[in-house]
Design a protein around this ligand. Structure first.
Ligand code: PMP
Length: 391
């Protein structure tokens, strides 16, 4: 009898279960806010990327509703065919103005922006130097490009420099690729040093600002602004799905590069344009970011409160180094992380366990929002404190 060619899938799933690596979805209902309904129960939400609390903001909802009424729900085709609307241009201008770049290009997601940009910029004769903790979209974009990939140890500028000295001359083009805020750790890439190396070794530099846009920098422009690198030659990628409370990705760079991507980025050319509602919501969000700096201030006050309470009440726990609203409590094993996550959930707190293979070590990932109240943060700390006391 022929062997079932699909049987390996069940075995593979069983292995995932045995390693405590099995992933499952959890249903959230109602408004996406600082508290949410998780499987019917109200919990404090420390799992959201909606850092500024804009995903449920009435101005974004009104803008999306008006766009649907004017343009309908779908964009009906790719940007180069029937999908382009004035809204896309307005959004691209707003992104370029926030980032202070010559131009920007909007993709249907951040993941697609990374895949499309990397594959357009480098190919078989080229080199990609990538931080080992880069997001999956950067890793897969690199693989898809066919370029030679060398990963350097996380944020290790010396290791990157020695790789450049060793191999740069063997390749036509070189692209250095990094997250700006590392999404599963919360730390920042050493951007000024990376820019220096890029200039010294004639490399392009691509920085993924997904978790930095709206969050870092005086005006919320991101890590590039935070490090005083605005206006330098580099390629900024990001998403509208986190602090901007909507959906879609973008690339912000000089006009020539953007023009080139319009002609070469296959995940832009061959996919349906971002929906009018998503584009309108993201545009409204950028206006809020620019007009309401107090949201940004509140976010950082909340981060400071959480860090201070952690130090005071959980001094023996290992908090990974972070300069962002993502704070990770490291735990010895995946099983431990799952237990803490479950305990928090039973205490009315949603802070997920993140485990291998997503990250090298297991942890509880805490994501702070501007709309968290002091009491939310205190409750998280009390719950964590009582868990570790019990141990
Ligand atoms: N880059 C990073 C660093 C991310 O964390 C994410 C989302 N998890 C993406 C890119 C992809 O963005 P999007 O959700 O818009 O596809």
């Amino acid at each position: 009898m022929a062997v079932d060619p699909y049987a390996w899938i069940e075995q593979s799933l069983a292995t995932i279960h045995r390693a405590d690596w099995y992933r499952s979805v959890q249903t959230i209902n109602g408004d996406p806010g600082a508290t949410v309904l998780l499987e019917g129960r109200e919990v404090i939400n420390f799992a959201s990327n909606d850092y500024l609390g804009l995903a449920g903001d009435w101005r974004l909802i009104a803008a999306a509703t008006a766009a649907i009424q004017e343009y309908g729900t779908g964009s009906t085709g790719s940007r180069l065919l029937s999908g382009h609307r004035k809204l896309h241009c307005e959004l691209e201008e707003a992104i370029a103005s926030l980032k202070q770049t010559e131009d920007a290009l909007v993709f249907s997601s951040g993941y697609l922006a990374n895949l499309g940009t990397i594959t357009a910029l480098v190919g078989k004769r080229d080199l990609i130097l990538a931080d080992q903790y880069n997001h999956s979209s950067l890793k897969n974009g690199a693989i898809l490009s066919g370029a030679t990939i060398i990963e350097f140890p996380h944020c290790d500028v010396c290791a990157l420099k020695s790789e450049l000295q060793r191999v740069r001359q063997n390749y036509r083009r070189c692209l250095i690729v990094t997250d700006s805020v590392f999404s599963m750790d919360g730390d920042l890439c050493p951007l000024p040093a990376l820019l220096e190396l890029a200039e010294e070794f004639s490399c392009m530099l691509l920085v993924d600002e997904a978790h930095a846009t709206g969050v870092l920098g005086k005006t919320g422009a991101g890590c590039v602004e935070h490090f005083g690198c605005t206006g330098r030659q580099l390629i900024q990628i990001g998403t509208m799905s986190k602090a901007l409370g909507s959906l879609g990705g973008y690339v912000a760079a000089n006009a020539t590069l953007i023009d080139f991507l319009r002609n070469r980025a296959s995940t832009w050319i061959y996919t349906t344009a971002l929906s009018p509602a998503d584009a309108a919501a993201a545009l409204a969000a950028i206006h809020v970011v620019q007009q309401e700096p107090q949201r940004h201030t509140q976010l950082w006050q909340n981060v400071a409160q959480l860090k201070e309470l952690m130090q005071k009440y959980l001094p023996n726990q290992r908090l990974l180094p972070s300069e962002s609203p993502i704070l990770c409590l490291q735990l010895p094993s995946a099983a431990d992380a799952l237990k803490v996550g479950q305990y928090l959930k039973s205490a009315g707190i949603f802070a997920p366990a993140i485990r291998p293979p997503t990250v090298p070590t297991s942890r509880i990932r805490i994501s702070v929002m501007a709309t968290h109240e002091a009491a939310h943060i205190e409750k998280l700390i009390q719950s964590l404190h009582s868990w570790f006391e019990k141990l």
